[in-house]
Design a protein around this ligand. Structure first.
Ligand code: KMH
Ligand code: ZN
Length: 320
């Protein structure tokens, strides 16, 4: 049995999460981006077989690849994964910048998953630089508009939004994963703890390198951890790290070295190495697992070990 000394972040295993498709990348950027419910579910199961203990899920319009909040698409993905794997399912309540908070939060009472994301502050969510990239003709008309639209979009997560989302999660036995994109979001977590709307121990996801949030250098990450230690208290939180783009593997290794957990996936990064598109989420999981093991000697936690560390209710208590 593993003794997980959360307080000093000395953990002898790492919880790997695969973020399967997200709502940041668009179909023309990679032919390997899963779009249909079957592609998303199959890639989630394969990522679990490669060592992911948790899969973080968004859904998309199966014809156009547009981010979607359609519960029917979620249900198709969730039931397929649950039949084939004991992986922990973490559903997004972040959805896409174009969705309203009520569209985003409906998955919680509908599906009562073990985990969902909970975004800890409003922010600009700048995807528009990706529209400028030299891309062959866009496959779908919506792609460039969606990306360019983020010049003037706010990803809304007010204090009331986050408090209401979290109340809804607790009412449905869901463990929130607190997405912190910047230092201020860590202070927001602290305020929600003071307000009583968020209970400790909390599980933080440091989301690095989203334009509108903190950058993705090693000192950005270590600064986030230092602030969390000081403001929330090392004994009151566990954390995972994900990084957008090319810093994904470097910061995930740094997280594992520092006692944190790790998220990779096509939601955050499309490339296996410079100029080489990843063909699947499982390729990214396999690569980060071996990097982490080579550098730290730490192996991946199983889904049940992740449930133990994070205090999850078990897959039989979900509503799908
Ligand atoms: N795609 C971003 C707008 C989450 O899943 O909660 C929000 C996101 C984080 O992906
Ligand atoms: Zn997400």
């Amino acid at each position: 049995m593993y003794t997980w000394k959360i307080g000093i972040h000395q953990m002898d295993k790492v919880i790997f999460t695969a973020a399967v498709t997200g709502s940041i990348h668009t179909p023309t950027m990679s032919p390997y981006l899963p779009v249909t419910p079957k592609q998303i579910a199959d890639q989630a199961v394969e990522a679990a077989q490669a060592g992911a203990a948790i899969v973080h899920l968004h859904v998309r319009n199966p014809e156009t690849g547009q981010p979607s909040s359609d519960p029917n698409l979620f249900r198709e993905v969730l039931t397929s994964i649950k039949q084939k794997s004991d992986v922990v399912i973490n559903i997004t309540t972040g959805g896409a910048v174009t969705m309203t908070p009520s569209e985003r939060v409906q998955v919680v009472p509908l599906f009562r998953p073990e985990m969902t994301s909970l975004n800890m502050g409003s922010m600009n969510f700048g995807l528009y630089p990706m529209a400028k990239k030299k891309v062959p003709d866009w496959k779908f008309e919506w792609e460039q508009k969606y990306l360019e639209g983020t010049r003037d979009a706010v990803f809304k997560n007010t204090f009331s939004d986050s408090a209401f989302f979290c109340k809804t999660m607790y009412e449905n036995g869901v463990k929130p994963e607190l997405e912190c994109y910047d230092v201020g979001h860590v202070y927001n977590v602290k305020q929600h703890i003071i307000d009583g709307s968020v209970k400790t121990p909390v599980h933080l996801q440091f989301v690095m390198g989203v334009l509108g949030g903190i950058g993705s250098t090693p000192d950005d990450l270590l600064h986030m951890k230092m602030i969390a230690d000081r403001v929330i208290g090392a004994e009151n939180y566990t954390y995972s790290v994900c990084a957008a783009g090319k810093m994904e593997f470097a910061l995930c290794v740094l997280s594992a070295v520092s006692g944190g957990h790790v998220r990779v996936g096509l939601e955050d990064n499309l490339y296996l190495s410079k100029g080489v598109l990843a063909k699947s989420n499982s390729e990214l999981v396999s690569k980060i697992k071996s990097l982490v093991y080579d550098v730290t000697g730490k192996e991946g936690a199983t889904p049940d070990e992740a449930r133990q560390v994070l205090g999850l209710k078990g897959k039989d208590k979900t509503n799908f």
